[in-house]
Write a protein of this length. Structure first.
Length: 294
């Protein structure tokens, strides 16, 4: 069984394969080509027979998943000589693949088929809209930070959470520093302004001005020359009819998130090894609060 970790910044991979070689344990070792670009960061060639970050081949994981359909995680782990964490990791990756397939449309199509007037009742959660916009801002910041550092400019060093936090929660010194960044010519500042202006949609009460605001914002975003913001803007436009339904049905996942936060507190403080709680948090994060990104 593979236990050792590859050296830092190395693309070397060691993976466990199915026990198909005369029933002996088979270990594969590969060093896929790796490059580091100042603009795009580290890139490693994807292996066709294993997922990124996995310690097992795709065939081995497929075998484990098939066995788990007929037995428990514990039983399959014992048969394959895996720890609980390893067998759970295999299951997590399988669920993630299923979620990626689900995002194609079948989930929403099923709701439309079975729920009367579904188009007027589906509401994409506003906090997940904010999450998509925040992630886009962070992508802009990371790319710009690499470019500035290469020129000796450290303005964005240590500012990651400044762009994600509510300025109202900052102390006076942090607000002054952040104000200077916001008023600069940084691309990250433009991305942050787009994020904040986009979320202003939820301040509207009536549909007509809300639609006008979104159209104006979308035009600005697609002309911003900021690829992550353009991508999110295009996604939001495709989903807009079920975003603006929030004005009619102002619902969010806030209550469930509050309950989950309490469960997470118990997990971290009282029961760090509580597997049922960990499993619940995993399924909650992966299945309940998702919004298609296509």
């Amino acid at each position: 069984m593979f236990r050792a970790q590859p050296p830092p910044r190395s693309s070397s991979r060691t993976l466990l394969a199915p026990p198909s070689t005369c029933q002996y344990q088979t270990i594969l070792h590969a060093s896929p080509p790796r490059t580091e670009c100042t603009q795009h960061g580290v890139k490693v060639v994807k292996l066709p027979w294993a997922e990124a970050g996995a310690r097992f081949t795709a065939l081995f994981e497929a075998l484990a998943i098939e066995w788990m359909k007929a037995s428990s995680q514990k039983a399959v782990a014992q048969l394959l000589g895996l720890s609980w964490h390893e067998i759970h990791g295999i299951q997590e990756r399988a669920v993630q693949r299923g979620l990626e397939r689900r995002k194609q449309e079948p989930y929403i199509d099923s709701v439309r088929e079975h729920l009367p007037a579904a188009e007027k009742k589906i509401v994409f959660d506003k906090f997940h809209i904010a999450k998509h916009l925040g992630e886009a801002v962070d992508q802009v910041r990371r790319k710009e930070h690499r470019a500035l550092k290469a020129e000796g400019d450290q303005r964005l060093t240590g500012t990651k959470y400044h762009w994600l936090r509510d300025p109202a929660l900052m102390d006076s010194e942090q607000r002054r520093e952040f104000l200077q960044l916001r008023q600069s010519d940084l691309k990250t500042a433009r991305a942050w302004a787009l994020k904040e202006t986009g979320m202003a949609l939820y301040n509207y009460v009536y549909e007509k001005p809300a639609r006008e605001h979104f159209q104006w914002w979308h035009n600005w975003a697609v002309r911003s020359r900021l690829a992550p913001m353009k991508k999110v803007a295009s996604m939001l436009k495709r989903r807009f009819e079920n975003i603006i339904t929030y004005l009619t049905h102002p619902i969010t996942n806030a209550t469930s998130e509050s309950i989950n936060a309490k469960i997470l507190f118990v997990y971290r403080v009282r029961a760090p090894e509580n597997r049922p709680v960990r499993r619940y948090l995993y399924w909650k994060d992966k299945l309940i609060n998702s919004i298609p990104d296509r």
